[in-house]
Design a protein around this ligand. Structure first.
Ligand SMILES: Nc1ncnc2c1ncn2[C@@H]1O[C@H](COP(=O)(O)OP(=O)(O)OP(=O)(O)O)[C@@H](O)[C@H]1O
Length: 313
């Protein structure tokens, strides 16, 4: 991937008008509740990451917003329209990169992107899009001959070629090599600078930290936490950790004043602490803490239910 899409450099900025409004969203498959009362808004120009373990309900939520799945209950508005009633003009404002896609294997990259561009009223330049996803050298290659990561880049090209107002990216960089992932981030930043609203799911927490303004964590269909990337999880989850080694082995200390702690430690032992590190919890650390707390809560609720059930026997 080489050149991000060339866009006007004036940042559209974030406004408070919601592009996506979700209230008490519920989705059931038979007896299984996959999405359980989820509510959130996404404002214009925002990049919003939906995070959660496998099976948490992220794709189900996104597919409901895209109009691909009907909800069981709750209110959903996407660009002011209920997705269950969205018409073609509404769909033309969305860009969608699904988790799995089925491009035609026998057409070339350029033919496929060109064909998609023709569906939209104001498409981007096809060659510019192909360059932005780093496939210029493969533009005449049949899609069936591309690697998995290259096919994923075609998916991304198809998602952005229609110049969407709202872009859905469901695990967009799965299969990308590290360099391709960084180029993809540049592409997303340029779309964001243009004012595109983006809803992203990813299992790469560094990707969410790099791209998202806000993240929401869902676990077992419930919204566990929502907020700006640098405050999610609360202050307590972000206390720095000082790590060093002494005769007793690896030592750790959580402290809000790591510099003062290290000064005192060095003075006490009379030398530089061995293998010294000051670690600020990453989004991944915070996320893992939130998900394990949610798991523990769910396990408690299950054992309480069983206990109540047992008491009635
Ligand atoms: N059509 C369906 N019929 C029945 N159950 C389904 C259907 N689609 C999804 N599910 C179930 O709903 C749950 C949530 O799935 P979903 O794909 O939304 O999770 P996810 O958070 O996107 O997971 P992943 O990170 O693995 O993509 C899973 O238990 C899944 O098996």
């Amino acid at each position: 991937m080489t050149s991000p899409i060339n866009v006007a450099q004036t940042s559209a900025g974030l406004s408070s008008s919601p592009v996506v409004e979700v209230r008490n969203l519920v989705k059931r498959y038979g007896a299984q509740t996959t999405v359980s009362g989820v509510s959130f808004d996404i404002v214009r120009g925002e990049t919003f990451a939906l995070l959660g373990p496998n099976g948490a309900g992220k794709s189900t939520t996104i597919e409901i917003l895209e109009g691909y799945r009907d909800r069981t209950s709750g209110d959903v508005q996407v660009l002011g329209v209920d997705p269950q009633k969205g018409d073609l003009a509404w769909k033309a404002q969305l860009g969608i990169v699904l988790q799995s896609s089925a491009e035609a294997a026998h057409v070339t990259v350029r033919e496929q992107v060109e064909q998609f561009a023709a569906y939209y009223p104001h498409p981007r330049d096809v060659d510019e899009v192909i360059a932005a996803v780093g496939l210029t050298d493969q533009s005449k290659t049949r899609i069936g001959k591309l690697s998995g990561g290259q096919r994923r880049r075609v998916d991304v090209a198809l998602g952005v070629v229609g110049r969407p107002q709202l872009l859905f990216l469901d695990e967009p960089t799965t299969g990308f090599d590290p360099e391709a992932r960084r180029h993809f981030w540049d592409l997303i930043r340029s779309l964001k600078a243009e004012g595109t609203t983006i809803l992203l799911t990813t299992h790469y927490l560094d990707e969410a930290a790099q791209l998202a303004d806000r993240v929401a964590v869902i676990a077992a269909g419930r919204l566990v936490e929502i907020g700006p990337v640098d405050t999610i999880g609360g202050a307590d989850a972000r206390v720095p950790v000082v790590r060093w080694r002494d005769a007793a082995g690896l030592r750790t200390e959580r402290t809000l004043e790591p510099a003062a702690f290290v000064r005192a430690l060095s003075a006490e032992i009379g030398e530089e602490p061995r293998d010294l590190e000051v670690i600020r919890p990453s989004l991944e650390d915070v996320y893992l803490g939130l998900v394990s707390a949610a798991d523990a809560k769910a396990a408690d609720a299950t054992s309480a239910t069983h206990a109540t059930g047992a008491a009635h026997v």
